[in-house]
Write a protein that binds this ligand. Structure first.
Ligand code: ADP
Ligand code: MG
Length: 357
């Protein structure tokens, strides 16, 4: 090992993943391996007709959540949901999970009970089975989950299939989880400052807080596509923010894209939180993350086979040379920065609860 010390922040999370991929040198899919590092889950063939997918995601105290505002049961449910979401992002169905749990000394048996009640509820909701894991001491609460899923080979959708002319679409609404995070961080601060005088009225924020604490994987959308025999051409889940995910789809598909800011689906509650903070709801939607909605490329000929209330067209894919652009509501056109949350970027403060998976 050399004496060199390059901070990981010089590469950022995605740069580091690229470096790991190069170093492993074995990531090029071949034989039964259909997709390795670089998508929401790896994919391998298990029979003539069937593929399995496998994915892992961790939730770390102080990085992904704070105990003061994340009840243990919610943590368990969220940990399952974010992993199932990555399986849904391959258009596959989650089947089995294993959990690795790192426990600090200040976690009690009762807390672990509550955590596993949440994990069980998550497993029941998505029809998966928890079949093992690992338990270890750790400096802070750490939960890492691996999920395997399954799909017919011809239903798997990768990040790489978008073509110029495809519609850029997103399910549900975006920016709400980030709005919820803002509210929770403020409440935590108020609780510290006011002590016994703290008397919050959280009712107006109920939906955005729920989106942050108990996000849902859009397995309902996957099932609906199956029923309608629609298969998007490219697919990713929104964990790091719409802008970052558009970049991932474009990079994998060698496309450009235009995002129409005015078309972003943003709920009135999210808009209210942004407005109260003199912030911009479009920024929440583009850069916030943790929405776990599905972002996809749709052949325009398939558009009328989908139910309009389940998705919104927010732009279209273009040629790679056209870049990745944002049309703003006031008529401007700018290059769309990828800057969602990325671990290790110098501007990201790891001490702050963040919005990344
Ligand atoms: P997602 O946001 O969908 O969970 P990530 O951005 O975390 O995806 O990961 C992108 C890709 O990089 C995935 O294919 C994932 O398996 C891979 N990856 C992430 N971290 C590592 C690592 N430490 N070693 C190997 N592969 C990794
Ligand atoms: Mg993902």
């Amino acid at each position: 090992m050399s004496e060199e010390f390059t901070p990981v922040s010089h590469l950022g999370e995605f740069g580091l993943i690229d470096r790991i991929r190069d170093r492993l040198g074995e990531a090029a899919p071949e034989g039964d391996l259909l997709c390795a590092i670089g998508d929401d889950a790896a994919v391998y063939r298990v029979s003539e007709e069937t593929a399995h997918v496998i994915t892992a995601d961790a939730l770390i105290e102080g990085v992904h959540f704070e105990r003061t505002f994340m009840p243990w049961g919610y943590l368990g449910r969220k940990a399952i949901a974010v992993n199932v979401s990555d399986v849904a992002a391959m258009n596959a169905e989650a089947r089995y999970a294993v959990v690795t749990m790192g426990l600090p000394r200040n976690v009690s048996v009762q807390m672990v009970d509550a955590l596993y009640d949440g994990i069980r509820a998550g497993c029941e909701r998505y029809g998966i089975h928890l079949v093992g894991g690992d338990t270890t001491a750790a400096p802070q609460m750490t939960l890492s989950i691996t999920v395997v899923g399954e799909a017919p080979l011809d239903r798997i959708v990768y990040r790489r299939g978008a073509r110029p002319g495809d519609l850029l679409c997103v399910t549900g609404d975006v920016g709400a989880a980030y709005a919820g995070l803002q509210v929770l961080i403020e409440q935590q601060r108020a609780m510290r400052e006011l002590g016994d005088a703290y008397a919050p009225d959280l009712e107006p924020y109920r939906t955005v807080i729920a989106r942050q604490l108990t996000p849902a994987a859009r397995t309902d959308v996957i099932e609906d596509w199956k029923r309608r025999r629609v298969r998007p051409r490219a697919l990713i889940d929104v964990s790091d923010g719409v802008a970052s995910e558009v970049h991932h789809l474009c990079r994998a598909s060698a496309c450009g894209a235009v995002v129409n800011g005015a078309a972003l689906p943003i709920s009135p509650e999210t808009r209210a939180v942004a407005f109260e903070r003199m912030d911009d709801a479009d920024t929440f939607a583009l850069f916030g993350g943790e929405d776990y909605e599905l972002l996809f490329a749709l052949d325009p000929d398939d558009a009328d086979r989908l139910s309009p209330e389940q998705y919104t067209v927010i732009g279209r894919f273009t040629g790679r040379d056209e870049g990745i652009m944002l049309h703003t509501a006031d008529g401007g056109t700018f290059p769309l920065d990828a800057a969602g949350f990325s671990h290790f970027d110098s501007e990201s403060d790891p001490g702050q609860p963040s919005m990344e998976q």
